[in-house]
Design a protein around this ligand. Structure first.
Ligand code: GLY
Length: 576
């Protein structure tokens, strides 16, 4: 009896507390999930991170040393990169997070959404032609940002430390500054040329030069408000007002767009492959479906791959044949699942993929026209996203890829806030329903609509074996993202390369359109004899001007190994 009374009293007291917090405006996003506060024993002998720069690695190390878990570290990394990796790290963009927490998989979609005033034809002129650059530069290109809400949701559900504590490193970098390295300085210079006075970019970033200590006081103020008030500041507070004010007379985003933004917990794509459980990104990413299709079709074609050396002409041909089919599906079927029913189960079904794999011609490139193409694949996709991989000693893992699309996004910086805004609207199909060069109508699934999320290729991925995390991996690269992750997984598991070598090895890419064209990276071009032999098979070789940037952690037994791509300025660290 006494116990019942005590329970009643504490429930009433809790309700009162919740009410007063609500009226103070702090519980706007009331936790929909009870936090798992159960103490668990460590199962690994260390935590580990693989991230895009050393400042984010330092932030993660600090958080782990203060007792934080993988989610705390991931959120600290995301906010740090928004300051020190401003070309792609962000709070003005969005992304995806794949998690494995206490033995269960989760996926958080914090992708940008189209503003309420967006229309299907907003990037077309009177004659119905695409207005060049309108979805790429300036206020018109901006989708409603999701990163702050995403980090808030993830930390609220799974973090151990106080929210404020995980933002502390980012605030310090913004207020006290960080030293600019060569790669960032070069990217800033290129961006200044690209935006060429079309936006206010240089007013904020003109002084970002190699070797200088770069401070961002406006951004420090925003991050401090977010630390004190939570995501509410960004979506309904002073920061929301600054974003909405900057848009007035220029762009579509209003305060209502920000107030109505929601991150979404979705079912991740899960598949069995080679004794592992692959946990990866569902729509609105095309990446998870694409990765599973690639892995499964390659496994189904084992007889054709037998004795074929890695990255030989025949290997490049067979992989390209598989990629051709994956990209045909991508163009036809992938879009925002809140607006369009994406047949994920069918697209990753073994029987379906066996049929597709059987169409692969082992001798020559199959006719592009016969492989159901769509508009989406022909569109150049921006590649300049960034990724971070984290595991903690309790065996939890976070794989998150986030983006403002191109380097420095739309080139618009919110006055008084220092937030770089994305150009994610470019990931929609600007001109859907119009027949492509093969006369096929496609990509309606990815047409612009208010509140819709544009199709992405980001593929934050976790592999588990027997319920334990085995690999955490992701990369930037636009449509190259899932073909890159696929190749590293292949190198590592099928060819038994050490993770470091698997990440460093040559990568190539084919995506159905342009027909029979294989792209290579500047880091390791396809040239010399290899180029001649690939061309002799009927392919056109094309260089692209960017490299990927894989961040990966592999766990063997109880020991993590972390690797950052030698192509970037990433840092990987195992933290005792
Ligand atoms: N903006 C790149 C992607 O979402 O894949």
């Amino acid at each position: 009896m006494k116990l019942v009374e005590k329970t009643k009293i504490s429930a009433a007291a809790l309700a009162l507390l919740a009410l007063s917090a609500l009226s103070a405006g702090f519980l706007e996003a009331t936790p929909a999930f009870a936090k798992d506060t159960q103490q668990r024993p460590a199962v690994l002998n260390a935590s580990a991170v693989a991230v895009a720069d050393k400042y984010a690695a330092d932030a993660a190390e600090q958080i782990f040393k203060e007792g934080g878990n993988a989610v705390d570290a991931a959120v600290a990394i995301a906010f740090s990169l928004a300051v020190t990796y401003p070309e792609a790290g962000n709070i003005g963009g969005g992304g995806f997070m794949t998690l494995y927490v206490n033995g269960k998989p989760y996926f958080l979609d914090y992708r940008e959404r189209a503003p309420l005033a967006a229309t299907r034809t907003m990037y077309l002129d009177d004659k119905g032609n695409v207005i060049e650059g309108k979805s790429l530069y300036g206020y018109d290109a901006v989708g409603v940002p999701g990163t702050v809400e995403g980090m808030w949701e993830a930390q609220k559900r799974f973090g151990k430390l106080p929210w404020k504590q995980v933002l502390a490193p980012a605030i310090r970098y913004a207020r006290d500054g960080f030293v600019v390295d060569e790669q960032l300085a070069k990217r800033r210079e290129d961006a200044s040329k690209e935006f060429g006075g079309k936006t206010n970019f240089d007013q904020y970033f003109g002084d970002l030069k190699e070797g200088v200590t770069f401070r961002q006081p406006d951004l420090a103020n925003v991050l401090t408000r977010i630390a004190n008030q939570g995501a509410k500041d960004f979506y309904d507070g002073k920061t929301a007002d600054l974003i909405a004010a900057s848009m007035k007379g220029h762009g579509l985003i209003t305060k209502r767009d920000l107030q109505e933004y929601k991150a979404v917990w979705r079912q991740p794509v899960e598949a069995k492959w080679n004794g592992y459980e692959v946990i990866t990104a569902p729509p609105p990413s095309s990446g998870g479906v694409g990765l599973v299709q690639l892995l499964k079709m390659k496994a189904m074609l084992a007889p054709q791959f037998k004795d074929v050396p890695l990255n030989s002409p025949q290997y490049i041909h067979l992989i390209s044949e598989i990629e051709k089919r994956v990209f045909a599906d991508r163009a036809q079927y992938l879009g925002d699942p809140d607006f369009y029913k994406v047949p994920v189960a069918q697209l990753t079904d073994d029987a379906y993929l066996a049929k597709r794999a059987a169409e692969v011609d082992p001798d020559k490139p199959s006719d592009t026209k016969s492989v159901q193409p769509g508009l989406g694949t022909s569109m150049p996709e921006k590649a300049e996203t960034t990724h971070f991989s984290v595991v903690d000693k309790w065996g939890n893992a976070v794989s998150s890829t986030y983006t403002i699309n191109g380097y420095f996004g739309s080139g618009v910086v919110v006055p008084g806030a220092g937030i770089v805004l994305n150009d994610e609207m470019d990931d929609f199909s600007s001109k859907p329903g119009v027949p492509n060069m093969f006369g096929v109508v496609g990509s309606d699934a990815n047409a612009i609509a208010p509140k819709k999320r544009p199709l992405s290729s980001m593929t934050p991925t976790i592999l588990t074996k027997d319920g334990k995390v085995a690999l955490v991996i992701g990369t930037p690269g636009g449509s190259r993202i899932f073909t890159s992750i696929f190749q590293v997984i292949n190198n590592n598991y099928d060819f038994n390369m050490p993770l470091k070598d698997a990440v460093a090895a040559m990568r190539f890419h084919h995506q159905l359109l342009p027909p029979n064209t294989i792209f290579w990276e500047p880091y390791q071009p396809i040239d010399g004899d290899l180029a001649k032999q690939v061309e002799a098979k009927g392919y056109v070789l094309k260089g692209q001007n960017f490299n990927g940037d894989i961040q990966a952690i592999r766990i063997d037994g109880d020991t993590p190994e972390a690797v950052s791509d030698p192509r970037g300025r990433g840092v990987s660290r195992v933290i005792q």
